[in-house]
Design a protein around this ligand. Sequence first.
Ligand SMILES: [Zn+2]
Length: 80
Amino acid sequence: MFGSIHSGPQTNIRDGPLQRAQTKAVVFMVCSHCGTVQEAPSDLVAQGLQGVAEHAGFKPGHPIVELEGECARCVDGKAA
Ligand SMILES: [Zn+2]
């Protein structure tokens, strides 16, 4: 019998084995002009990274992507 193996409160186990497909990647967007860092979750990016990782036989943890470029303010107001 396996009655008392888990005695403590269990973490939320979602139904189904597809939980990892719902993982969102966090995209950090770093402005190379003013240094502003924005972050946005993206499940689309997560899926892409998952595919790349699986292809390489790599087991991904928390997907994090850093994107360097220009923030909206710097794009809009170059003069400032
Ligand atoms: Zn900026």
